[in-house]
Design a protein around this ligand. Structure first.
Ligand SMILES: Cc1cc2nc3c(=O)[nH]c(=O)nc-3n(C[C@H](O)[C@H](O)[C@H](O)COP(=O)(O)OP(=O)(O)OC[C@H]3O[C@@H](n4cnc5c(N)ncnc54)[C@H](O)[C@@H]3O)c2cc1C
Length: 512
């Protein structure tokens, strides 16, 4: 279970790349793949290459040519509310699609992630990333792919061709579903895909629940899981520990209190503490959402309140409440309690926007602030010394098990003198993911080695319990094939068919 521990794989460096290919069309991709196949030259395709915390744009093995697809940025067909699907190329970012919808089809939105606005949709979905409303895997279908053999294929009913009215609407097609082969794999280069859009609901309310006693985490998970299963709270519910919640809000709170209230030093510190206590008074706080017509939302909120009972303090927030709260509290910001609440609202606002499909740089800006580089844009995170390692196990939706395992993860991190930033993401009806990360100073080799040791220990713990991560970092790829030998042998056989020379991203997700 050794990790490469190279600085590059920790966060966005680019070790041992031969050069960068920048195709701008599917034809060009196909020509480049055929040339690479004939020369037996490895290529590593990325969409926008901002896979921070999972290895950035680093290839698993040195000696590859990076294929940077960020120049393929077209939204190919007209989007209409009657067929809410966008046919996008890999370089289309969250910001691009959001702006496009605002301009051409404002009644539609999409499932945005908490990563930066400049991150891709296709690359994120192919690595099975997760948005505010659920796993992106569910949103992508009808792939156009250049396989490692150099063949251009279309999955689902996209294979029926551009004249078929079914090409962009039916996600399954007929026969075996090949789509799944291209997620978390290295069989081809995806050059465009259909991406599901969503009608904007008439009303959206964010629901935050602050668990009163951390001893009752298991019970809390079970209550929230039932709300998900019964579709009363349909978005992903994020249950964050205090370290995570604080980390997500610090920059927003500090900048409001500094720029709008002129605070500094001890006064600033106290005001931030007060604002944080308002949002996260206890160890665990959840954030989820309810959407629908006004009556549906009111009924769902009443049900949530009844189920949660005395277990947690419930706060609801919507756009109107945020705007009104900000207007009143901002005017009263000369009073300490008012400015603490106004600072909390300023920090929450961009996160609340995720529910409405508005991408934000807030999470990355928090990192840049922590590492003293607010001069950089979110997209430039890799230029800062911010080190991030994600280690995120999938867990069964069983509150008792989750509470036991999470306690062990936090203890393991503590033994390595690390804080674990943790969110329990209730994404699906029967399973959740503990998205956890370590933060460290990447410019300090001792800190890098310590974080790698801690990440390895956490992975050991995951394995001991016969669990697995839901998504692997570049430096973990060799380890993930240590279990289930027959499974990975079948994957290798598929690789031989789709990429016989093994030129696409060698070593990624189990195959050479
Ligand atoms: C503060 C912070 C918050 C984050 N929040 C989230 C979050 O909410 N949800 C989440 O999922 N992630 C999150 N991330 C992780 C990461 O930033 C995002 O997942 C991001 O979208 C991935 O980068 P990308 O879109 O540029 O994908 P890429 O880096 O382009 O792609 C990821 C991988 O997929 C493969 N790939 C990409 N494109 C292609 C293609 N066209 N053909 C074949 N293979 C391809 C490559 O192997 C590539 O390495 C977060 C990270 C940080 C630091």
């Amino acid at each position: 279970m050794a990790s490469q521990a190279a600085e590059g794989v920790v966060e966005g460096g680019r070790p041992a790349l031969l050069d960068v290919l920048r195709p701008t069309s599917t034809d060009e991709v196909q020509r480049m793949v055929i040339a690479a196949r004939d020369a037996r030259q490895a290529i590593y395709p990325v969409s926008t290459g901002l896979n921070w915390g999972y290895g950035g744009a680093d290839p698993v093995r040195p000696g590859a040519r990076l294929m940077d697809l960020s120049g393929m940025r077209a939204i190919r067909e007209k989007i209409t509310p009657l067929n809410p699907v966008a046919v996008i190329e890999p370089g289309v970012t969250q910001a691009d699609l959001h702006q496009h919808l605002q301009r051409h089809c404002p009644s539609l939105m999409f499932n945005v992630t908490g990563s930066a606005a400049a991150t891709s949709i296709i690359g994120n979905a192919l690595d099975r990333g997760v948005g505010y409303l659920g796993p992106r895997r569910e949103d992508l279908f009808g792939l156009e792919v250049v396989t490692g053999a150099g063949q251009l294929i279309h999955t689902g009913f996209r294979r029926l061709g551009v004249d078929s009215p079914l090409r962009h609407c039916h996600p399954y097609g007929l026969g075996p579903m090949l789509d799944g082969l291209f997620f978390q794999s290295n069989f081809g280069v995806v050059t465009s895909a259909c991406f599901k859009l969503l009608p904007r609901p008439p009303r959206q309310v964010a629901v935050s629940l602050a668990l009163r006693s951390q001893e009752r985490l298991g019970e809390f998970v079970d209550v929230l899981a039932a709300l998900k299963r019964e579709r009363l709270m349909d978005s992903v519910t994020h249950i964050g520990n205090k370290a995570r919640t604080q980390a997500s809000l610090q920059y927003g709170m500090n900048s409001y209190l500094q720029t709008e209230c002129g605070l500094s030093g001890r006064q600033l510190e106290l005001a931030v503490q007060r604002a944080t206590a308002r949002v996260a008074p206890h160890e665990w706080t959840s954030l989820g959402g309810v959407a629908g017509t006004a009556r549906q939302v009111d009924a769902a909120l009443a049900e949530v309140r009844a189920r949660v009972g005395g277990l947690a303090r419930m706060t609801t927030v919507d756009d109107r409440k945020l705007a009104l709260g900000h207007a009143v509290l901002h005017a009263l910001r000369f009073l300490p309690w008012a400015r603490a609440n106004a600072a909390a609202i300023a920090a929450i606002k961009p996160l609340h926007g995720l529910a409405a499909g508005i991408p934000t740089d807030a999470a990355v800006d928090n990192l840049l602030w922590k590492f003293g580089r607010t001069d950089l844009s979110a997209q430039q995170l890799a230029q800062s010394s911010s080190g991030v390692l994600f280690i995120s196990p999938a867990l069964p939706m069983d509150g008792k098990f989750v509470a036991m395992f999470v306690k062990k993860m936090i203890e393991t991190a503590r033994e390595h003198q690390h804080t674990l930033y943790l969110t329990l993401n209730i994404e699906m009806a029967n399973t959740l993911v503990a998205v956890s990360n370590l933060l460290f100073d990447r410019s300090d080799p001792v800190a890098v080695a310590s974080a790698q040791r801690c990440a390895d220990a956490l992975y050991g713990l995951i394995r001991e319990h016969r669990l697995e991560v839901y998504r692997a970092r570049t430096d973990m790829m060799a380890s993930i094939t240590e279990v289930s030998a027959e499974y990975w042998e079948t994957v290798r056989e598929l690789k031989r068919v789709l990429d016989p020379m093994g030129i696409i991203s060698p070593g990624r997700y189990g195959t050479s």
